[in-house]
Design a protein around this ligand. Structure first.
Ligand code: 3UK
Length: 528
């Protein structure tokens, strides 16, 4: 459907020769914001002058190691100023940074490094062992640059940039050059590198951050979702930098108390979070009296659907609305969103200006208003393609449209309502979990004959992985065994993927060809 807007959709003109690092960093200094705080990090405050110096030094340092235009550089970093310097420093020399999930295993990083053929990795010290342990199998990696203490065979980030010049001319990239990649999980468990272009962050900033959030240079952002997620990258970095605002970066795990304390102490005006974290923050007793949230003018939720109950409890307790919106790694940021004063709790809101939506049946025909179908989106922040995944690219990006993989219906008022995935992928705490990967791991346990994994809802209506397990003959089901299986999964793949519930069953529903019918398991769970 064609959207109707109260405000003009900004007409964005980007010159053919364009480097996003210049637009988000140098431009702020050029506009006279050099002494403004860009980053609050622990007890440090970095101004835009400081950030520009760091970005230039990092770009020059990477060049000195032989990193050239189009070379990939993997970032495996906690949220910190070095992340910002590496992301924009690499981009400024025309290289391609790849922010990467810090919660994965050595095996996952081996895949990502070989698939991307990154020449260098910039990694936070506590994570470096996961790279070293796979080093023999890394076919293209030349440099391990460590933020923290470097061991022999590694390069210290601080020492590397210390000697580098703080003057750097941006590479003459095109607005359509690859600027950065973001990996997105697939059903098979092998992630796909979504290739984003230099113009993409401009569109997301203009349309969503300015168009929906009305972000200005007065704003201070704080994002619970880390910078390595597409969601966090906008929230905590290029949105505030698009207007010369400030960001609060925190490297720690986002536990509820840490989140409250950060809001209380750093006084952000825009707070970005995910449903699971909103739900756990609501568990903190008396938080509304202990912590001062008065600096926050907008709360945002994305990553998975925000249940109406969580929305209502948050509003009752803190007097703040939450704007639920849906975004994706491929589309870069949010394209459907609720607006202040016009929230329909439980919905994903209305179209973001600059994007178009279509809901179609399996033959590609648009469905009538109110009917559920597959959601397609058109908008200029969308990734160009998946790296080395031609078939997946063709089935996902169809001309100017991209298939989100989500089922939606649109109501009479133009609000969109999430109705589940069209594949079996699970979103838990806003992070992808592939059921196939969890099943393949469980199967390796000697007690397991076969299993099926689905997303099941908890008491807050939030989705978490659940496993249906058929045991081998002679093995006795017990709560202890269920525990053992959970620990087994945690020890082999990223922790957040473990099944929160295990149900032992005598058999699994299957197709004639022997494929597990996960939708039948979902129905079974729904009936319980
Ligand atoms: C699901 C939602 C219902 C949906 C993201 C904001 O989540 C982000 O990107 P991912 O690639 O996942 C995308 C998929 O997640 N989803 C996200 N938000 C919602 N479902 N309601 C929501 N509000 O399946 C979607 O296709 O990890 C979120 C900004 C940038 C992002 N990349």
């Amino acid at each position: 459907m064609k959207p109707e807007f109260e405000t003009e959709i900004p007409n964005i003109e980007i010159p053919d020769q364009f480097n996003a690092a210049t637009a988000f960093v140098d431009a702020n200094v050029a506009k006279g914001r050099g002494n403004k705080v860009a980053i609050y990090y622990q007890d440090q405050q970095l101004t835009y002058n400081d950030v520009l110096r760091l970005v230039n030094k990092t770009g020059n340092a990477l060049k000195s190691l032989g990193i050239d235009v189009e070379n990939r550089v993997l970032l495996l970093l906690f949220d910190c100023p070095e992340f910002v310097a590496s992301f924009f420093g690499a981009m400024k020399i025309g290289a391609v940074p790849i922010p990467t999930n810090t919660l994965l295993t050595a095996q996952d990083y081996e895949y990502l490094l070989n698939d991307s053929r990154a020449k260098a990795i910039i990694v936070s010290e506590p994570l470096v062992e996961k790279i070293e342990s796979a080093r023999d199998r890394l076919k293209y990696l030349e440099h391990i640059i460590v933020v923290g203490k470097a061991k022999p065979g590694q390069i210290s980030f601080a020492e590397l940039i210390e000697k580098a010049s703080s003057e750097l001319q941006a590479a003459d990239t095109s607005k359509d050059d690859a600027a950065f990649w973001l990996y997105s999980s697939g059903t098979t468990g092998f992630p796909k590198g979504a290739v984003h272009l230099h113009h993409d962050m401009i569109y997301a900033s203009e349309y969503y951050a300015k168009g929906v959030l009305n972000i200005t240079e007065e704003d201070i952002t704080f994002s619970v979702a880390k910078l390595f997620f597409a969601y966090g990258l906008g929230n905590g970095l290029y949105f505030p930098f698009s207007v010369g605002g400030s960001t609060v970066l925190n490297p720690a795990r986002p536990e509820p108390l840490m989140i409250f304390e950060t809001i209380h102490n750093c006084r952000p005006s825009l707070f970005f979070c995910v449903p699971t974290a909103y739900a756990s923050m609501l568990q903190v007793e008396n938080a509304e009296n202990k912590y001062d949230l008065s600096s926050v003018r907008v709360c945002v939720s994305a990553g998975e659907a925000l249940p109406a109950a969580v929305y209502n409890r948050w509003q009752d307790k803190f007097g703040l609305e939450i704007l639920d919106g849906i975004g994706s790694t491929e589309i870069l940021h949010i394209f459907l969103s609720n607006r202040q004063g016009k929230v329909k709790p439980g919905s994903s809101g209305q179209l973001v200006p600059g994007y178009e939506a279509k809901i179609v049946d399996d033959d590609g025909q648009e469905v009538p208003t109110g009917e559920v179908g597959n959601l397609l989106i058109k908008g200029d922040s969308t990734a160009a393609y998946y790296w080395n995944k031609h078939d997946r690219t063709k089935s996902t990006i169809i001309g100017e449209w991209i298939a989100t993989g989500d089922k939606y219906h649109c109501d009479e008022d133009g609000y969109y309502w999430y109705a589940g995935r069209s594949d079996d992928m699970i979103k838990a705490g806003g992070i992808w979990v592939s059921p196939v990967e969890v099943e393949n791991t469980l199967i390796e346990h000697q007690a397991v004959l076969e299993c099926g994994v689905i997303g099941a809802t908890d008491k807050d209506e939030l989705v978490k992985p659940k496993a249906f397990v058929v045991l081998r003959a002679g093995v006795q089901a017990s709560p202890e065994l269920a525990h053992e299986l959970q620990d087994f999964v945690k020890s082999r793949i990223a922790h957040y993927k473990y099944p929160r519930w295990i149900e032992f069953v005598p058999e699994l529903p299957k197709t004639a060809t022997g494929k597990i019918q996960r939708f039948k398991l979902r129905n079974l769970h729904a009936q319980q």
